[in-house]
Design a protein around this ligand. Structure first.
Ligand SMILES: [Ca+2]
Ligand SMILES: [Ca+2]
Length: 150
């Protein structure tokens, strides 16, 4: 068995360099961990907001075309009008605006004798906003259309 050539151990400088290298690595790991945690929370809140937006969208689509929650004259509407709509932690409010789709093609599209009246197409455009928080206050917006025929 050959004896070790250097039996004097590490110098103070070598130990310090090793500590600097180790500390740099640990700091990089910490930064990565924090970034990952933050991204995870952001994704979680966005998923919750999307779920609430989907619920609100389904509820509004299933109500009658002339329901008060779909009245353009009462804009902006909010979640207190949808009984039982659950807002999970982090989701602060839901609001939506309804607009009658108009056209100005000079034709009486619905055959009621009036040309280009505000509700001639029997379609409403709804812009639904879900306000939520992750690290910052954010808003998820979806737009959908509701037809009087369906
Ligand atoms: Ca008309
Ligand atoms: Ca028209």
């Amino acid at each position: 068995m050959t004896p070790l050539k250097n039996t004097q151990g590490f110098t103070l400088i070598e130990a310090l360099i090793a500590m600097v290298v180790l500390t740099t690595g640990l700091l990089a790991l910490y930064t990565m961990q924090m970034s990952s945690t933050k991204g995870n929370m952001t994704a979680n809140k966005l998923t919750l907001a999307s779920s609430v937006a989907g619920n609100g969208f389904e509820r509004l689509l299933n109500l009658p075309y002339t329901h008060t929650t779909m009245d353009p004259a009462s804009n902006p509407h909010d979640n207190t009008e949808l009984t039982g709509l659950q807002l999970p932690s982090g989701v602060t409010s839901v609001s939506w605006n309804v607009t009658e789709w108009t056209n100005t093609d000079g034709l009486d599209n619905d055959g009621d004798g009036t040309t280009d009246e505000p509700d001639e197409l029997n379609i409403k455009s709804v812009t639904l906003n879900v306000n939520y928080r992750d690290w910052l206050a954010k808003t998820l917006t979806i737009t959908f259309y509701k037809s009087e025929l369906f």
